[in-house]
Each structure stands twice: as structure tokens, then as C-alpha cells.
Design a protein around this ligand. Structure first.
Ligand code: RB5
Length: 149
């Protein structure tokens, strides 16, 4: 499994601590920046990580900012990306089971480091249920493709 990870300056520290967590678990990742707490524009970093997931270079994305909101908006504009802001265990599990989310977004000012690591573990280990949820995810793709549903 390979992970695309990115953050803006508002979640640089959270990104670094999640990277350490992934290393401890032996999970490979590519860091798409940013590289310090210097102010940057979150869409650029969210886009780079999300695009690598969309191109199947990475299996999942972990993208963070101060709130998780801005990066999720940016990531969801990339064709093929289903990004979900997660703030608790249930959301991390359900967005995999029902939405087949391929990017988890979190906010450094919203979750603790410990909770973020737990949400990452849940997100990466939960399978999509398929079945009726596949039909609904397919409808999301239709919307993305400009098809009226
Ligand atoms: C940056 O100040 C902040 O706006 C950003 O990290 C993010 O939370 C945006 O949604």
C-alpha cells in the first residue's frame, strides 16, 4: 500500500507526526509537501496528493490543513477523488465502508495527534462494502462527469 500525504502550513506538524506513524507501521508514502510552517496556499498541496491518488500512483491520500475543510474541497475537485473530512472514528470507518473514500482529510486544530493516527489506521484498514453502496458511488461519478441523475 502506498499513501500520498500532504498538508499546508496549518497542519505541517500534524503531517510530520502522521508520517512518523506510517513509518512505524511500515507503510510507504510520498510526501507532497509543504515542507515548513511558512504560509502556503493549501489547494496546491491538496491537488498534488489527490492527483497522485487519481492517477493510481498512490492507493490512498491523507491531506491536512488547519480545519481539514479547504484541502477536502480542493481534493474533491480532482476527478476520481472522494475525499472526506474525518473528526471521529465512526466517520473514518463509514466513509470507507459506504463512500469508498480514497482520501482522508483532517484538521490540525480539530483532531489530536493521537486521534489522527487512530483515524488513519481505521481509514486504511476498512474495506468498502460495495453492493448498494457501489451504485451510489457510481452516481457520484455520474455527477462528476456532468451526467444529470
Ligand atoms: C490557513 O490559514 C487555513 O485557511 C487552512 O489551513 C485551511 O484550514 C483552510 O481551509
Amino acid at each position: 500500500m502506498k499513501i500520498a500525504i500532504a498538508a499546508d502550513h496549518g497542519a505541517f506538524e500534524l503531517k510530520e507526526s502522521i508520517k512518523k506513524h506510517l513509518e512505524e507501521k511500515g507503510i510507504e508514502y510520498t510526501d507532497f509537501g509543504c515542507c515548513s510552517k511558512e504560509s502556503v496556499d493549501y489547494p496546491r498541496f491538496a491537488y498534488r496528493a489527490a492527483a497522485s491518488v487519481a492517477k493510481n500512483e498512490c492507493d490512498f491520500g491523507i491531506i491536512c490543513c488547519t480545519t481539514g475543510l479547504g484541502v477536502s474541497m480542493a481534493a474533491n475537485k480532482v476527478h476520481g477523488v472522494r475525499a472526506a473530512v474525518c473528526t471521529n472514528e465512526m466517520l473514518a470507518e463509514m466513509t470507507r465502508r459506504h463512500n469508498n473514500a480514497n482520501v482522508i482529510c483532517m484538521g490540525q486544530n480539530v483532531v489530536t495527534t493521537e486521534l489522527a493516527n487512530k483515524l488513519v489506521d481505521i481509514f486504511l484498514s476498512t474495506e468498502f462494502e460495495g453492493g448498494r453502496h457501489q451504485r451510489r458511488v457510481d452516481l457520484l461519478t455520474d455527477i462528476e462527469n456532468g451526467i444529470e441523475i
